[in-house]
Write a new protein. Structure first.
Length: 309
């Protein structure tokens, strides 16, 4: 039996006038105002830095385009001033002086063949290096990695002697082989690292169906290499297209030179004329820019696609 002292006593009710309702109490945001203001300031600062970086990145291109459309007298009078007149004569002169059509076709041929050889040989070499766990495969892989750190200036003289002995000087094949050898270590590194992330269950299932190693590579592995191939082709094509040293040394025939080599001919060791150099440089990068515009969707899709679902 419970004692009367332990019995709970109900709290007295407070009487309110008829018709009066309880008003909800507003939440206290005094403690959340400081973090909210900090996030707002950080977001505004990030937007400002992003806009400033975009302007600094785009400004040199705008200056190059505007200067290319100005006359030489206007640029000499006020290099950084407001242009008073525009002309396309600078582009017409550069187009004819650098033999734009021939040099562009030469660059497209060299870049295309080099990219095909680099991707095919790199994928074929990266597949066994990623799957074979023997000691020699690790040594070969490290040897390829070492090749990525060798600058091209170190091997120019030996390559020149080698191309001379093989009768490949002043030929497209010689330049394509040089670009393939210089960029193959990077391709092997890309493909080997990517294939190691692909589970071996797919290859084991293909082996149970009777597929050999070569057929497994082309049917199962090669379609999964689209993301890394897109990234590799983007990097290599930019590097080969903008390269100046290799075609300048190994191509003596003016009819076989690339567009960047012909654009380099406008650089005088004593004076530089912007109204001739800038149009030639813009014409040199124009084909590559157009290619990236037309194939940007495929490149972005390949870079962002997952290899294994």
């Amino acid at each position: 039996m419970t004692s009367p002292l332990s019995t709970p006593v109900p709290a007295p009710e407070i009487s309110r006038p008829a018709g009066q309702r309880d008003t909800p109490r507003p939440p206290d945001r005094s403690t959340d105002s400081a973090p909210w203001n900090a996030r707002r300031v950080a977001a505004g600062l990030g937007t400002t830095v992003l806009c400033l970086g975009t302007v600094l990145f785009v400004l040199p291109f705008v200056f190059t385009i505007v200067t290319s459309l100005r006359t030489a007298a206007d640029v000499a009078r006020s290099p950084l001033g407001i242009p008073h007149s525009f002309t396309l004569k600078n582009f017409r002169d550069a187009f004819s002086q650098i033999h734009y059509g021939t040099s562009t076709l030469n660059t497209l041929l060299i870049t295309g063949l080099s990219c095909v050889l680099i991707t095919v040989l790199g994928a074929l070499a990266g597949y066994p290096l990623a799957r074979i766990t023997a000691g020699w495969s690790t040594a070969v892989y490290r040897l390829f990695i070492l090749g990525t750190s060798i600058p091209v200036f170190v091997v120019v003289a030996p390559l020149y002697l080698l191309m001379r002995d093989l009768n490949l000087l002043d030929t497209y094949a010689g330049v394509v082989f040089i670009y393939t050898a210089l960029n193959l270590p990077l391709a092997v590194f890309f493909y080997t690292s990517f294939i190691r992330q692909i589970p071996t269950d797919l290859e084991e299932a293909a082996a149970l169906d009777g597929c050999g190693a070569l057929r497994t590579f082309f049917v199962i592995i090669l379609p999964l290499l689209r993301p890394v191939t897109s990234t590799l082709l983007t990097f290599i094509s930019l590097q080969i297209w903008n390269d100046l040293l290799v075609p300048l040394v190994f191509l003596q025939d003016p009819g076989k030179r690339t567009v960047m080599v012909n654009a380099y001919s406008f650089i005088d060791p004593h004076t530089v004329q912007p109204t001739t150099l800038f149009p030639a440089a813009l014409l040199g990068v124009l084909p590559l820019f157009v290619i990236f515009i037309f194939f940007q969707r495929q490149m972005v899709a390949g870079m962002s696609a997952g290899a294994v679902k």
